[in-house]
Design a protein around this ligand. Sequence first.
Ligand SMILES: [Zn+2]
Length: 423
Amino acid sequence: MDLEAVENALRTALHQAGAAGLSELLQYEAPAPQQRQLPCSCGHYAQYQALRSKPVLTVLGPARVSRPYYLCSQCHHGQFPADAELDVEDTEVSPGVRRMMAMVGATDPFDQGRQQLQVLAGLEVTTKAVERTAEAIGESVAAREREQIRRAMQLDLPIVVGEPVPILYVQMDGTGVPVVKKETVGRKGKTDGQPAHTREVKLGCVFTQTGWDQEGYAIRDADSTTYTGAIETAEEFGKRIYLEAWKRGWSRAHKKVVMGDGAEWIWNLAHQHFPGAVEIVDLYHARQHLWDLARKLYPNDHLAQKAWMKLHQKRLLDKGKIEKLVLSLRSIQSTHTEISEKIRTEADYFDTNAERMRYPQFRRQHLFVGSGVIEAGCKTVIGSRLKQSGMFWTVRGANSIIALRSCHLNARFEDYWEARRAG
Ligand SMILES: [Zn+2]
């Protein structure tokens, strides 16, 4: 006996029988004569017309629903009240299948999602249907977040009561996502004269820390990281990350820390939304700035670069002696315009961020000094799904999938789905 052939044939047969039974359940009756009109949104009434039928793809396969149709003679708006009740308004995909599509679409490229549904659920769907449905659900998740953000800005959210949080971190970063041409019209690329072919996703994460290891190094609380992000302006993103931090207990955290690289928008947002937080520039970014300079100063001379780094990184940067570092940088003489320009830029960078680079102080408080969590997030949340070869996104499509992925990774999808059903 070919078990695989038999089990699949049986599943198909059971699905077909189930779909037939389901279709029976989905045959609505015509309304009683005294119930043949409904209020219309225009203020008039819609009159019952007839029973109308449409296909619905369910977890048991193709089924049909037949339900009353009402039409308003004033504004010609038609309605199917049963569709709202069944949660199949403006769609021919059942809620059960839509959830499956959202799950595979969040995780993998849409065509792989199509294959997964075929093998795992015995459902024949098109790649486009997976894409359209996953994006529609992501868009709905995003719309819900926008509403929460609006309420957070009006201080209209209920206070979340919970355990005090010892240390709460907010980390922010930006990462490029390849987009279709129309999304970059009029935008400058990274190389002068070249059009941009990516747009920046601003991503933030929030996590907590309760303790540290024997050597005093910070330990992140397991499963404590949540993400949020979108292709949007810094101003919009500021509200988004504020809401996320708020949800995670910002107001009851004993110590609050904001981390990022040197990007100006991050520190503007920290100032605006997280005043009073400890601000830390990622140590590894800061070191990278010194390495870039070392390579410019001593091209092709690795030994000289290393000697220079030993002084500037190990004795100054790592020790948090940023004023000395800035003085030392500013005292470097160069007749080369490009190099003196670079020196000035880097000296300004360290000067501006000096208070955010007191690494020994941060270490004494057992805080993280690297923003590894958000960098890993850029890969797991964004890179692994949105930056595969041959992918080009619309901003709208990318933002819905980012919303959907974050919702899944934050273990909030079940809550979203429940709340959506409740209206
Ligand atoms: Zn009407």
